[in-house]
Write a protein that binds this ligand. Structure first.
Ligand code: ADE
Length: 254
C-alpha cells in the first residue's frame, strides 16, 4: 500500500508516521508513505501557495495550480491516477468500514488543506472523496490524514505482528473489545477474572464474547444493531437488557 500526502507540512506527517508500528511497516516495505510538499510546485519566486479570497473575507485560500501540478506529477511518477481524499470537516465521517474499503486500494492520496481552505476548482479537478475525522474543526488536514493512514495501515497484511488482532479488536463484528489482563494476578486488591487463569479455552472464548456484548451494551449500544450474535448470545444480551431495566447488577462505571 502506497500512501501519498499532499501537504504544506511534510515533516509533521513523516515524523508521526515514521514512529512505532507504521514506521516499522515502512522499514519492512509493507507500506510506503511519501509526503509531497505542495510548496515545491509553486511557480512564484517567493514560493507562495495561497492568496486572499475573491469576494473578500478573512484568511488566505490555497491556490489551485500548485495542488493540481503536485497531483499530476504524482500520477506521472506512479503511472496511475489514484483516489484523492480531501480532509475536511464537511466530509463523510471516517469509520472502520471506510478504512476497510480504502485498504483495498494500492495507492491513496491524502490532500491536506490549511488556512481558510482550498480553491474549489482544485477540489473539483482532483478530489474523489471528502472525509472528516469528526464533528470538530482542526487547523489543517495533516492530523486527520495521519489518523486515517494509521487506521488503514493496520489492516494491511503484515503490518501487525499478530494477524488475528486486527480482526478481534474493537468494531470487528460491531462489538467492542473484551477487557485484557496481564501480570500480576492481583493488583491493588483487584484480581484477574478466574476464568482467564483456568486454561479452559472454550470457557475463555465464551467469557470474552459475553464481555464484548456487555461492554458494547454499556458503552456503545448504537453498535449492537449491526452485531452478528448467535442465538445464545442474543439471549445473553436480552438478559443484560432486562437486568439494566430492573436495575440489577448495575453496569460498572469504568
Ligand atoms: N480539517 C479540519 N478539521 C477536520 C476534520 N475534523 N476532519 C478532517 N479534516 C479536517
Amino acid at each position: 500500500m502506497n500512501f501519498h500526502i499532499l501537504t504544506l507540512f511534510p515533516e509533521m506527517v513523516m515524523g508521526g508516521l515514521s514512529t512505532s508500528i507504521t514506521g516499522r511497516a515502512m522499514e519492512k516495505g509493507i507500506i510506503s508513505v511519501e509526503a509531497v510538499n505542495i510548496r515545491d510546485y509553486s511557480k512564484d519566486k517567493h514560493r507562495h501557495v495561497d492568496d486572499a479570497p475573491y469576494g473578500g473575507g478573512a484568511g488566505m485560500v490555497m491556490q489551485p495550480e500548485p495542488i493540481c501540478d503536485a497531483y499530476e506529477d504524482l500520477c506521472a511518477r506512479t503511472g496511475r491516477r489514484p483516489r484523492v481524499i480531501y480532509m475536511t470537516p464537511q466530509g463523510r465521517v471516517f469509520t472502520q468500514q471506510i478504512a476497510e474499503e480504502l485498504a483495498r486500494e494500492e495507492e491513496l492520496v491524502f490532500l491536506c488543506g490549511h488556512y481558510e481552505g482550498i480553491d474549489e476548482r482544485a477540489l473539483e479537478l482532483v478530489a474523489t472523496d471528502y472525509l472528516s475525522i469528526g464533528d470538530y474543526v482542526l487547523t489543517g488536514g495533516e492530523l486527520p490524514a495521519m489518523v486515517m493512514i494509521d487506521c488503514i495501515s493496520r489492516l494491511v497484511p503484515g503490518v501487525l505482528n499478530n494477524e488475528v488482532s486486527a480482526e478481534v479488536e474493537s468494531f470487528h463484528d460491531n462489538l467492542l473489545e473484551y477487557p485484557q489482563y496481564t501480570r500480576p494476578e492481583v493488583f491493588n486488591g483487584l484480581a484477574v477474572p478466574e476464568v482467564l487463569l483456568s486454561g479452559h479455552h472454550k470457557n475463555i472464548e465464551k467469557w470474552r464474547r459475553e464481555q464484548s456484548i456487555r461492554r458494547t451494551l454499556e458503552r456503545r449500544p448504537d453498535l449492537l444493531k449491526g452485531a452478528n450474535l448467535s442465538k445464545k448470545e442474543q439471549k445473553y444480551l436480552e438478559e443484560l437488557i432486562r437486568e439494566q431495566e430492573t436495575g440489577e447488577n448495575e453496569p460498572d462505571s469504568h
